[in-house]
Design a binder for this molecule. Sequence first.
Ligand SMILES: [Zn+2]
Ligand SMILES: [Zn+2]
Length: 218
Amino acid sequence: MKICPICNQHLNTQLHFGNLFQLTTHLCLNCLSQLEGVSGCPYCGKKDTTTLCEDCLSWKKLGIEIKNTALYYYNGFAKDLIEKIKFSGNLRLLNAFKDEIKGQFKKGDRYSIPIPIHERKWKERGFNQALAIARLLPYPILDCFKKNEDITQSKRKREERLLARDDFSLKEEGFRLDGKKIILVDDIYTTGSTIHQIARICQEIGASEITSFTVFRS
Ligand SMILES: [Zn+2]
Ligand SMILES: [Zn+2]
């Protein structure tokens, strides 16, 4: 008997119209109904707009255009889930999204780059959730960046966020991504600053195409 990876309820696996969607996601209907699909800004999913939002326009002007794919908005239910994953270390909860991720990404000549967390945080937590998510995508992983220091993006002013560029660096000096198609992977898209900073470096070291994937959009 299959169980919902989020709430551990048994799933009704008998096929009828009401549970068709459940069968494709392996989540119970109750959990599914609490997740809110992303629409909004075509690049970052920011709510209440159908055209490029102010932030995405600013980045476009700076020469970095990233289309982020996110599955769900980071609502209260999603927040509880991420906290469970981060603080209990139950990475199996991420399997709740495995089939949806599989549906989004076809095999191809791309590489996943997980957004790094600071080494201190990694030691505390024992894992990087972005790396765990990257493992659900069908591409080889290049874990080539490191986080330099802990600056909370939300503490920065908007201008500072747009221009920040020293939060991350390459683990190995001289590393190149010439001609490679890259997908940056993280758990939550918040301001987009992290993803754009790393994308800028990827561009500088030769990546030919850069997109990003996050499970949630805050
Ligand atoms: Zn459930
Ligand atoms: Zn946007």
